[in-house]
Design a protein around this ligand. Structure first.
Ligand code: PDD
Length: 280
């Protein structure tokens, strides 16, 4: 495998940044994960839009033009012979002697890009669905920024793993589900309405989420962006999660409660089909 690190393509095993990189010391950086299908990037421009927005919100300098970023992305995919997989890109505020304030102007941001091959899950696996648990949302007030500061997410995901679940749905102080630790959360009500939380500072506005909303509109699916409670999710007809890595993945159990009839819901599966159709 080959990685891109600050202007160079290097063997993955040798790919490293400096110990005084602010990403390493302060989680002072942002990232994106973009899916590759048939050698093509899925929703590349929206991902770059969000990367640029994250940089802007944190006042990290834009490291290069979007065209340059796209060229590197293609080169990383090419050098790693990726047909189906993921590209990871990370930009940090760069290397400087450890001190909390921003480093002096002109300090170049660090840019890292990697790519890996991923096998798509079988239909059977998708139809079995996944289990999620609920946890308290202990994150900060800027969850709209895709920062590498992911400790609450990591602790939540590990808790899910140890409970035999795939994801943890984070619940705010009002009992409302915000999102998963690395996915957005969706339910389909008993009335057949698709529901997901509106994109405020409380969640990451998933690129997959945006695409699903668009597909739902095109396919004539009734949907609404509103907060939903854990309580409501437990009695929902269907549920699913979405992200660049999971696409649309049906949820068949929340804590000890079986969702619907315990099998992937029909609208969830249709959403996945439409999403897969869009990616191809
Ligand atoms: N995670 N919410 C959170 C907290 C996320 O970290 C992600 C993405 C999403 C879904 O966003 P998108 O549809 O743009 O992938 C929602 C990536 C995949 C990750 O951290 O690996």
């Amino acid at each position: 495998r080959i990685a891109y690190v600050n202007g160079r393509y290097v063997p993955h095993g040798d790919a490293a940044v400096h110990v005084e990189d602010r990403g390493y010391q302060f989680a002072d950086g942002v990232y994106e994960v973009v899916t590759v299908v048939n050698g093509r990037l899925v929703d590349e421009d929206p991902h770059l839009d969000r990367l640029w927005r994250s940089l802007g919100e944190l006042r990290i300098d834009v490291p290069m033009s979007r065209a340059a970023m796209k060229a590197i992305t293609r080169e990383v995919i090419r050098r790693n012979l990726i047909k189906t997989g993921l590209v990871y890109m990370q930009v940090t505020r760069g290397v400087a002697r450890r001190d909390h304030p921003f480093p002096k102007p002109g300090t170049p941001p660090s840019v890292v890009m990697t790519a890996k091959h991923v096998r798509l899950p079988s239909r059977q696996k998708v139809e079995d669905g996944v289990k999620v648990i609920s946890i308290r949302d202990i994150r900060w007030e800027r969850c709209d920024i895709k920062t590498v500061g992911l400790l609450p997410n990591i602790l939540g995901k590990q808790q899910a793993r140890e409970a035999g679940a795939t994801e943890a749905w984070q619940v705010d102080d009002d009992g409302m589900v915000t999102e998963g630790t690395s996915t957005n959360a969706w339910i389909i009500t008993q009335e057949g309405e698709l529901v997901t939380r509106p994109a405020t500072n409380d969640i990451l506005n998933g690129i997959t989420r945006l695409r699903i909303l668009k597909l739902a509109a095109e396919e004539g699916v009734k949907f609404v962006e509103r907060p939903f409670s854990l309580e409501e999710a437990l009695t929902a007809r269907e549920a699913f999660i979405s992200s660049a890595t999971s696409f649309v993945t049906p949820v068949t159990q929340i804590n000890d409660t079986v969702v619907g009839n315990g099998k992937a819901g029909s609208l969830s599966l249709k959403m996945r089909d439409w999403y897969e159709g869009f990616m191809d």
